[in-house]
Write a protein that binds this ligand. Sequence first.
Ligand code: NAD
Length: 422
Amino acid sequence: MSHLETLHFFENALLQFDEAAHILNLSENQVAVMREPRRITEANLPIRMDDGSVQIFKAFRVQHNIARGPAKGGIRFHQDVNLDEVKALAFLTTYKCAVVGIPMGGGKGGIVVNPSTLSTNELERLARRYMAELANLFGENKDVPAPDVGTNPANMGWMMDTYSMHNEEYLPAVITGKPLNIGGSGGRDEAAGLGALFCLREVAKWEGIQLTGARAAIQGFGNAGSWAAHFFAKEGMKIVAISDITGTYSSDAGIDIDAARAHSAAHKSLAGLEKALSLKHDSDPRKVLEYPCDILVPAALENQILVANAPNIRAHIIAEVANGPMTLAAHDILRERKIRVIPDILCNAGGVTVSYLEWVQNRMGFYWPKERVLNEAELIMKSATQNVLQAATDHKVTMRLAAFIVAIQRVAHAAEMRGLYA
Ligand code: NAD
């Protein structure tokens, strides 16, 4: 996500936040505390490069709100990371955790670096130095980071090791998204795609729509989109169109998703899929959004559904797996057209939910089979979706606004019950 896109997406979220706070009659004091980050840390990390030179990398950690539990949120390695972006993402994580009801607050971190320009050894020194420098902030009951854009399980493993070495004990719960053999959790890979299905099931029930035989179109065929396609197909839906950066691939008869996933894994993209599976191909990746279907899943990028294409959307339900895939103006058009939108902070919260379940397992020292992890995630996502649908009905608002109402109410209650320590 580029800097401008994140901020645009953040401004939209702030508008929803303010509207929800108004509906809930929150006081100015409550709003001020819930909007602003609790703590911002900035550091300059000196790293010895392989050629013997020393480079300084700017690093951040923002803890937005910890009223409901330790801060939770990824660490991003990207050349465009900046404090405004990290603050925006920390804010959103507070409300994402609250809407699904997991007992954590919101945080986010980042290092200004293009990780592809560093050797593995340089990356390891950078990840370890970040954790060592900010070690006082982190802890299983304080702040629990995770991977994000540009970071992966191996990086989390180094950070967990650094923290454990400093404290002279094994402390896996300080960070999630670790490799499986050092305290990672089964189910993390598929969590975002499967979580979307858990939400969709509840919405379909609410709307009286049968998912078996429903036609779905999915934009983006990376981690989140391809898993969503897999689970939707398993549910009996017909996936009629998919897309990635190489274009839109469609078939009214339905696409063999296992074959498409195998193709994408082998070729690192969907290019050539039209020949392999006899599909129609359009080089425009946005065509998928206007494809006739019942369920549309934007799972690629921000700002894909705009005022220009919102009137052409043919789906009845849109499940936002990507973060910020539509503008608020487009959302208004869809609301008028009575198209149900399952908002990103709920629909893609499967990832953070399984991160939470990793933390739970680390604290118990008792590891569950993947099926158990996914069953627990299902209970959490199902009840969160029901709560949001109920709030949408009670307040006569969209699910997006209802998600903020549910989330803000939880954070405000926690803050009120804890009171101010002064
Ligand atoms: P990814 O990098 O694995 O995949 C992105 C996909 O989008 C690729 O298939 C790429 O080809 C495609 N794409 C890029 N530009 C496109 C375009 N213009 N049109 C159509 N497709 C395009 O990323 P991901 O992890 O799958 O994440 C996708 C979205 O889901 C992001 O917004 C991310 O923040 C959100 N998300 C992901 C997770 C997760 O656990 N993976 C969790 C929560 C939210």
